[in-house]
Design a protein around this ligand. Structure first.
Ligand code: C2E
Ligand code: CA
Ligand code: CA
Length: 567
């Protein structure tokens, strides 16, 4: 189909001598980089070979770059797009890259050739770039950026317009079950149906993922149009042997009712969509003022949480991690608590999800890690800390630097840090997750897969992510006492971990019988109320003294007594 490998590479080279030319493996690893990279990125070619093309990409643009690599490697044709990168000197610059799949003689995909051009200078003026930057790469619709511009223009004219915020109800399973190309095909078809029904003067855009927006210059037809869209999207989509029956939810905001600025309109339409979805799939809903109240409460809560982090009200509690053979304390898991001036100690279930949605999970994580490093520096040598990470953080390419900075600043050894991440969050974005975890592991930090057995982690994923430890979910451990067959799961997980050379921690051990059973199965670490409940730093004395005394094992009674004394 395509020209032979060396020929097409040669041709691209000839055509683009001043551009940077790279050859990538199908997973994005650079196998050849032309010398122009010195001018573009400030690195020497040999420094980049063998390294993923996702490194140096500006975090916000990682998703788009990954998507382009995926599309090209899956045979969707040449891909071109813009993204920012961080140069060796720290400067952020815009690049345009063209990607082409190279196949071998038999037609099998073999590599990707990328031609990369510095477009930073022209970025502001060049109309072509403007267009590329305003277009959704997949559907060809205007993207969020272009949509906001159109919305602002319409509001400036004082139009009584309506914004329909359109979100597919059951898109995720399509992607999960039938794969991304089926998902792509569905999005392209939905886009074309939305566009096909657009009345004169309407503006249709893809906001991202499975979210679309339709801007109507006349709000009086909003309800009617929403109904029409729900009907057309409900017609089954047949693509590549898959019949997708899609539904959608639509939230509607209007100007002047919901304001004159794009931000208020988008926010209220989104809120209305959320209410429509909650009321049951396949409907539309206008924004109403009681939704505003909910918005306001959320905003207040968000602000309050931000203040709480700044004021040090989020504090670490520590729960012992115990070696099940020696019954020695080997470390502590760090569990977040909100020490609320009015409500007392609040558990993470009250605020972690809010922090995640409100974009505050990284500040919270940093704050806890800092406090935990400080506390743990006073503990006997070698005790490790295990800190929980939100799955969202694995999509942040700067995470490892953040962690290393905090460790350096507090003089805490990376070898004493373990990060816990739940398996559920990882699956969606394996490439970035792998990169982030790889960087952490290179620094000597260990990684545990939390709540193992409850998500969808496959064997392959466990291996690819190169985690160090599996934490067997509490539900399996709790079931041991009541349902004897659950023992088989626990021992299967332990066997799996052993075969892969991984450590195991059993969570939620609440009594001596369970501890003995789990220990006999060969699990190396245990955690649970039987050993002790999470406690604040100031109350760890009895446990830590046990370690300092060099006691061969932590007396059970001490743990239990201690546990009983806490909340
Ligand atoms: P997790 O990481 O699985 O943490 C273990 C949870 O089980 C803790 O609840 C702990 O108190 C509880 N637990 C420990 N032993 C026992 C036991 O023997 N029996 C029972 N019934 N429960 C036990 P906690 O502290 O409420 O934390 C709940 C979840 O909140 C954590 O689950 C973790 O997913 C999340 N979380 C906690 N701190 C943070 C944090 O700093 N960042 C993030 N992203 N998530 C956090
Ligand atoms: Ca955990
Ligand atoms: Ca857990």
């Amino acid at each position: 189909m395509a020209a032979p490998d060396s020929e097409s590479l040669y041709r691209l080279l000839a055509e683009n001598a001043t551009d940077m030319i790279m050859r990538l493996d199908l997973d994005g690893t650079r196998t050849y980089v032309s010398p122009a990279c010195r001018a573009l990125l400030g690195y020497e070619a040999h420094q980049l070979v063998g390294i993923s093309t996702f490194s140096f990409v500006y975090p916000e643009d990682l998703g788009a770059v990954r998507e382009r690599i995926r599309l090209v490697s899956e045979g969707h044709g040449d891909q071109r797009g813009l993204n920012r990168v961080i140069r060796a000197d720290g400067q952020v610059v815009w690049l345009e890259s063209s990607l082409r799949l190279v196949r071998d003689a038999a037609g099998a995909p073999r590599a990707i050739v990328a031609v990369v051009r510095d477009v930073h200078e022209q970025k502001q003026s060049d109309a072509r770039i403007e267009q590329l930057a305003s277009t959704d790469y997949l559907t060809g619709l205007p993207n969020r950026r272009a949509f906001l511009k159109a919305l602002e223009a319409m509001l400036d004219q004082g139009a009584r317009c309506a914004l329909l915020f359109f979100d597919l109800d059951n898109f995720k399973p399509i992607n999960d079950i039938h794969g991304h190309s089926a998902g792509d095909a569905v999005l392209i078809e939905v886009a074309s149906r939305l566009l096909g029904e657009a009345p004169p003067g309407a503006f249709v855009a893809r906001l991202g993922g499975d979210e679309f927006a339709v801007l109507l210059p006349d709000s009086s037809i909003a309800a009617e149009h929403a109904k029409l869209l729900l009907q057309v999207v409900a017609v089954p989509i047949v693509t590549g042997g898959v019949v997708a029956e899609m539904g959608a939810s639509i939230g509607i905001s209007r100007s002047p009712q919901q304001g004159h600025d794009s931000e208020s309109l988008l926010r209220t339409a989104d809120m209305a969509m959320y209410h429509a979805k909650r009321a049951g799939a396949g409907r539309h809903m206008f924004f109403a003022n009681d939704m505003e109240e909910e918005l306001r409460e959320k905003a207040v809560y968000k602000l309050r949480l931000r203040q709480a982090i700044a004021a040090g009200e989020i504090v670490p509690y520590y729960q012992p991690l115990v070696d099940l053979r020696s019954r020695r304390l080997v470390g502590m898991e760090v569990l977040a608590r909100w020490n609320h001036p009015d409500h007392g100690i609040l558990p993470p279930s009250e605020f972690i999800a809010h922090a995640e949605h409100g974009g505050m999970i990284t500040p919270l994580f940093k704050d806890l890690l800092r406090q935990a490093c400080r506390d743990a520096s006073l503990w006997p040598d070698g005790l490790k800390i295990a800190v929980n990470m939100s799955p969202l953080q694995l999509q942040d390419a700067s995470l490892s630097q953040t962690v290393l900075d905090i460790l350096a600043e507090s003089g805490f050894s990376p070898l004493r840090l373990e990060l816990e991440v739940t398996e559920t969050g990882i699956v969606h974005d394996l490439t970035t997750a792998k990169m982030v975890l790889g960087m952490l592991r290179n620094a000597g930090i260990r990684v545990a897969l939390d709540d193992f057995g409850t998500g969808y982690a496959s064997l392959r994923m466990v291996k690819e992510l190169a985690v160090d430890r599996l934490k067997i979910d509490r539900s399996f451990v709790a079931a041991l006492a009541s349902a004897p067959e659950s023992g088989r799961y626990v021992s299967a997980i332990i066997g799996l971990a052993r075969a892969l050379g991984l450590g195991t921690t059993a969570e939620g051990i609440e009594d001596a019988a369970t501890m003995r059973r789990i220990a006999a199965m060969g699990c190396d670490l245990g955690q649970g109320y039987y050993f002790g409940r999470p406690r604040p730093a100031a109350e760890l004395g009895p446990w830590l003294r046990g370690v300092e005394d060099g006691a061969p094992a932590i007396p059970e009674a001490e743990f239990n007594a201690a546990a009983l004394r806490t909340v």
